[in-house]
Design a protein around this ligand. Structure first.
Ligand code: GLC
Length: 493
């Protein structure tokens, strides 16, 4: 089974959130499981301005011509720069006019107005690359809306193509909030010609919906979230389309790359540690506190918060709870990147509580690792969470999570008070500052108890969870891909 990924993010080359981590980790894991895929997964990714090709990489360049409705003459020359990434083949779509920009999706003025063209070009370049190489592909794995033009292209422009027309498509939804809405007057950007009229609705084309409708199989990244989104309250307008797919829509829980996220081998940390000896974690805590200007000798609990600045992540709930948390004796370290206005509430609280709340507004891989290791508790008050990765990393780094019982958070965290001998964290239900604060206060009681044993057991259980992709998630994807291929073959006769 020859497998291609098409995605807008892939760590460490391009990442704003968990999508990038998962594309990278899943591609690598599939290559490691004997018989899962032929050779390696090929990952097609835009070459954004920030993507740097390692100096040592042996880069092969393939020049192709792709249909580009906005170009004079209707076609553009695109370079595909391919090289070996750890565990998969990375194929960068190098087309400066579309991708040599600071943002992946937009700038301070909003989304780029040519996103439909940009991401159609990404998908078309993937198909044209395999055509130029005369290498048929069995399965194209689409990740989120940016990859969904491939589903339209396959059905409306390449259906009869002997190389790529027979490919099966799977769509993995990491984020249902972003659809790639393409109004009619921009639909020409997709390069589908007159066929575009047969796609979408009168107002335009919802690219994610097209992917959901056209993919052989659709999945999202946790079982609980896959059930939640069948209801209008969580379905973001696509619940009907997902219900319509019946058993062709499933939930597969993400794994975690346990080599990339390993406190025993993490070079960013002041000291390394594992479950058998947590002395290094104590050193990491002191290092983090010194870095953010907190008193390292103060034993009061340090709560870490890390995330994309997106309403999804509930930074406003943290702001709303901050005063009560500080009054309860806790300190907060907040790291976020994206829409800075979402940090205004926490910044205001930080100004009132110097030395108790630190707000860091940037994307900082190393600092995020230091927070996972150095904090005592990790907060994830997400309004919705398809899977979430921070909670898994936090547990692996010995930092119990306090999270909302939603989506993948509900599937990965066992509440200590619901299960005193199996708990790994603390869960709350309502998306309110009060519910968040109450859950933190439950955690603080255990953290601050004279008898340290219950806390230590909680930490140890979290560190012992097996999140490895190879254990369950990646084999489930391999099975999903095989099923998609069989469905496509059966449908084509
Ligand atoms: C998105 C989701 C997150 C998920 C990640 C990877 O970022 O919001 O819940 O963990 O994708 O699948």
């Amino acid at each position: 089974m020859q497998v291609l990924f098409v995605a807008a993010e892939c760590e460490p080359w391009a990442k704003t959130g968990g999508l990038g981590d998962v594309v990278d980790a899943l591609a690598r894991a599939l290559g490691r499981i004997p018989g899962a895929v032929d050779g390696q997964v090929e990952v097609f990714l835009p070459r954004y301005a920030s993507v740097s090709i390692p100096a040592r990489a042996a880069v092969e360049t393939l020049e192709i011509t792709v249909h580009d409705p906005l170009a004079p003459g209707g076609a553009s020359a695109v370079a595909i720069r391919s090289f070996q990434a750890p565990g998969y083949r990375l194929r960068l779509v190098d087309f400066p006019d579309a991708f040599d920009r600071a943002g992946f999706y937009g700038d301070s003025a909003g989304d780029y107005s040519d996103n439909a063209r940009r991401f159609a070009l990404l998908g078309r370049a993937a198909l044209e690359t395999r055509r130029a190489e005369r290498r048929p592909v069995d399965l194209i794995a689409l990740h989120d809306w940016q990859a969904c033009p491939v589903a339209l292209l396959r059905d409306l422009a390449y259906a009869d193509d002997p190389i790529v027309g027979g490919a099966a498509i799977s769509l993995t939804i990491h984020n249902l909030a972003y659809h790639g809405w393409t109004p009619r007057d921009r639909a020409t950007q997709l390069g589908l010609g007159a066929a575009a009229a047969s796609a979408g609705d009168a107002w335009g084309i919802d690219l994610l919906r097209e992917g959901i409708r056209r993919a052989e199989l659709v999945n999202t990244v946790s079982p609980t979230y896959s059930r939640e989104v069948l209801n209008p309250a969580a379905g973001m307008g696509l619940d009907g389309d997902l219900v319509a797919r019946g058993d062709r829509f499933v939930g597969i829980l993400n794994g975690l790359d346990e080599e990339l996220w390993d406190p025993a081998a993490d070079a960013a940390l002041a000291a390394r540690y594992d479950a058998s000896d947590l002395a290094g974690k104590v050193a990491c805590r002191a290092d983090l506190l010194a870095r953010v200007g907190f008193d390292p000798a103060d034993p009061s609990a340090v709560l870490g918060v890390i995330g994309r600045l997106d309403p999804q992540k509930g930074f406003d709930l943290v702001a709303g709870a901050a005063r009560r948390l500080v009054a309860s004796g806790a300190r907060l370290v907040v790291l976020g990147s994206g829409d800075a206005s979402l940090l205004a509430g926490i910044r205001a609280e930080a100004a009132r509580a110097p030395g108790r709340i630190a707000v860091l507004e940037r994307f900082d891989r190393e600092l995020s690792r230091r927070i996972y290791a150095g904090a005592d508790l990790f907060l994830m008050p997400s309004r919705f969470e398809p899977c979430g990765q921070g909670q898994m990393i936090a547990m692996r780094y010995g930092t119990p999570p306090v999270a909302r019982r939603t989506g993948g958070l509900a599937d990965t965290i066992v509440d200590l008070h619901a299960d005193p001998t199996g708990g790994t964290g603390f869960l709350f239900d309502d998306a309110t500052p009060e519910a968040l604060a109450a859950a933190v206060e439950r955690a603080l009681v255990v953290f601050g108890a004279a008898d340290r044993a219950p806390w230590q057991r909680l930490v140890a259980r979290g560190m012992a969870v097996d999140w490895a992709w190879e254990t369950s998630s990646a084999p489930l994807y391999a099975a999903l891909f095989r099923r998609a291929v069989a469905l496509r073959r059966a449908a084509r006769g």
